[in-house]
Design a protein around this ligand. Structure first.
Ligand code: UDP
Length: 257
């Protein structure tokens, strides 16, 4: 019985390796399976904010502004023992081809929460009892991966605002197109791809010392595929971190090109 199970496991492993190999399948964008879109970042874009940043990944552009720490209103929501991180994610009406109705909706409420959860583990909120830090994330162009771009922009904006942080965080999605694990889905891959098993989006956020602060899995994926997705995103998060770090250095005039 044990031998039979071992044999089955071996076959599964072989199948999994085969599936991962399939990752060489062509993407519509022409990108390799482990290739992310071109990224760029800028810190200090909104003079009125305490901290601000832009993060771009392909056609997705996020801007984040930090206001605070400041008095928490309404007082009933104040936490006397630690500060509160209040994230608000918003996709602007013109950020996609089909105009979006202004105002919050279920999706923006969910993503606001998720961005907060991805950031909170690196923030030292106990230094600000009773205060609130507002982080406003606006998507001015959205071509998938907006929550990841929003997290990357918000993390830089918090650092720019001088909020004490244990680490930087960097976020990127992996995905599954049919059985193929790929890095950084674009909108076509995320919403329109219909081949085989369809697409699965797996946004992941890492600290710069490799710890996980956020992961979402939307769809079916095997353990081996998830491991491959983690490996790809972990490597990519290191590249994102370098871009974030450079943008922060540039904002204080200490950047070396
Ligand atoms: N999108 C859209 N209209 C909407 C919501 C989303 O066109 O009302 C598009 C937008 O390009 C977005 C993509 O669908 O980036 C994927 O959205 P998802 O909810 O998967 O989150 P994201 O990948 O942007 O974090």
């Amino acid at each position: 019985m044990v031998r039979k199970m071992k044999k089955m496991k071996k076959i599964n492993m072989k199948q999994t390796k085969h599936n991962i190999k399939m990752a060489e399948t062509k993407r519509k964008s022409g990108r390799k399976a482990d290739e992310m879109r071109p990224i760029s970042a800028k810190v200090g874009i909104i003079p009125n904010a305490n901290g601000s940043a832009m993060f771009q990944s392909g056609k997705t552009i996020a801007i984040a502004a930090v206001y605070g720490p400041k008095e928490h209103h309404p007082r009933s929501q104040r936490n006397p023992s630690r500060g509160t991180l209040r994230c608000t994610y918003n996709m602007l009406s013109f950020s996609v081809t089909d105009r979006i109705r202004p105002g919050s909706n279920r999706r923006s409420t969910e993503i606001s929460k998720i961005i907060g959860w991805a950031l909170e583990p690196v923030l030292m909120l106990d230094k600000y009892p009773g205060k609130v830090i507002d982080v406003c994330i606006n998507m001015i162009q959205a071509d998938a991966g907006t929550r990841c771009a929003g997290i990357n922009a918000a993390a830089m904006a918090l650092a720019h605002a001088g909020i004490p942080m244990k680490n930087m965080v960097s976020s990127i999605a992996a995905g599954k197109l049919d059985k193929t694990i790929v890095l950084d889905l674009d909108k076509y891959e995320d919403s329109e791809f219909e081949g085989g098993e369809g697409s699965t989006d797996i946004p992941i956020t890492f600290t710069n010392d490799g710890k996980l602060t956020h992961i979402q899995v939307d769809g079916h994926i095997t353990v081996e595929q998830l491991k491959e997705a983690m490996k790809m995103t972990r490597e990519a998060s290191k590249k994102i971190y370098e871009v974030q770090k450079q943008a922060l250095k540039d904002s204080v005039g200490g950047g070396e090109k």
